[in-house]
Design a protein around this ligand. Structure first.
Ligand SMILES: Nc1nc2c(ncn2[C@@H]2O[C@H](COP(=O)(O)OP(=O)(O)OP(=O)(O)O)[C@@H](O)[C@H]2O)c(=O)[nH]1
Ligand SMILES: [Mg+2]
Length: 302
């Protein structure tokens, strides 16, 4: 495969980092043109590092979506997520630091601290510009943000509408080393269908459940088989306390049914085939603050 590539072919890793909810996963999906990473309106949606590979004529970019770096969470799962995010900034060729418009919070400052010793280029992405009404205020505010450290570029964009995303990609290409591709050109992610299935169920939970409940849930795939293009998937939704089980199931099972339908539809779209999805809700007391339980539920450091 490499023989046919131009000699100045570029390839490298690009970590997408930032505090929770700024639009990192939305940006990854927008760049790739397909949903690799789940997204939701509330913080701490992404819990694992997820690779998204984009191969062009002259470059291959390996994006690393990361959990939002956050303060305040004290459970073992918070430590796991922060570790996954922090460890992603070493061993990459470029770091993309995403912020939500020109707002600057304590958590953004915390991310900036984490980037202090990063020697590779850091690109600042100012996301959600579609939400900015007074466009004339943007330029001076961008200039202020640019003073916070040395950035290779400051790029305002909208991950949601796609505006400005091509400029980010062009900038990233400039910063990548000359290298042969690392992945086959048709590979889009390092994650399996099984992983995506669990994530899609979790996305519907995060989007559909109120208050603290999403933070008490995780999804485990117990069975994933495929026969004649039809996938049979059994998923367990783990909660922390018995009382949470009934809330998720809902009156006459309506809520669980709705979540299952939404997740199944997206799986069928993503996998390009029929899906039979069965969901169970089970209790695993305090799983999110239990290192052993976390490991057995797939939260393992790489
Ligand atoms: N208006 C607007 N909303 C956006 C944009 N990008 C992302 N969002 C919304 O912001 C919310 C958070 O997006 P995510 O992509 O899940 O954010 P994240 O940074 O991956 O969050 P964590 O995984 O929790 O760290 C979602 O409701 C998105 O739809 C954008 O460009 N414009
Ligand atoms: Mg995310």
């Amino acid at each position: 495969m490499n023989d046919s590539k131009p000699t100045d072919f570029r390839c490298g890793y690009v970590a997408i980092v930032g505090r929770p909810n700024v639009g990192k996963s939305t940006l990854l999906n927008s760049i790739l043109g397909q949903k690799i990473s789940i997204t939701a309106h509330r913080p701490q949606t992404t819990r694992h590092r997820i690779l998204g590979v984009k191969t062009g004529e002259a470059e291959q970019v390996v994006y690393v979506d990361t959990p939002g770096m956050h303060l305040g969470g004290k459970r073992a799962i918070n430590r796991y997520m922060n570790r996954a995010a922090s460890s992603s900034i070493s061993d990459v060729d470029v770091v993309v630091f995403v912020v939500d418009r020109t707002r600057w919070s304590e958590e953004d400052e915390h991310v900036l601290q984490r980037l202090q010793h990063v020697e590779v280029p850091v690109v600042l992405v100012v996301n959600k510009i579609d939400e900015i009404k007074a466009k004339e205020t943007l330029l001076p505010q961008l200039a202020k943000l640019a003073e916070r450290r040395e950035f290779a570029a400051v790029i305002p964009l909208s991950a949601r509408s796609g505006e400005g995303v091509d400029r980010l990609e062009a900038q990233i290409r400039e910063l990548l080393p000359v290298s042969a591709p690392f992945f086959p050109e048709d590979q889009v992610t390092d994650r399996s269908e099984r992983f995506l299935a669990a994530e899609l169920v979790r996305e519907k939970l995060v989007r559909g459940l109120a208050q603290e409940l999403p933070y008490a849930t995780t999804v485990e795939i117990e069975k994933f088989t495929e026969e004649d293009g039809v996938r049979h998937i059994h998923a367990v939704i783990w909660v922390e306390r018995p009382g949470q089980k009934g809330i998720i199931i809902g009156k006459q099972g309506q809520q669980l049914k709705r979540i299952g339908e939404q997740a199944r539809k997206e799986m069928e779209h993503a996998f390009g085939g029929k899906v039979f999805l069965q969901l169970w809700v089970k209790v695993r007391q305090g799983w999110s603050d239990d290192e052993r339980a976390l490991r057995s539920l797939g939260y393992q450091d790489e």
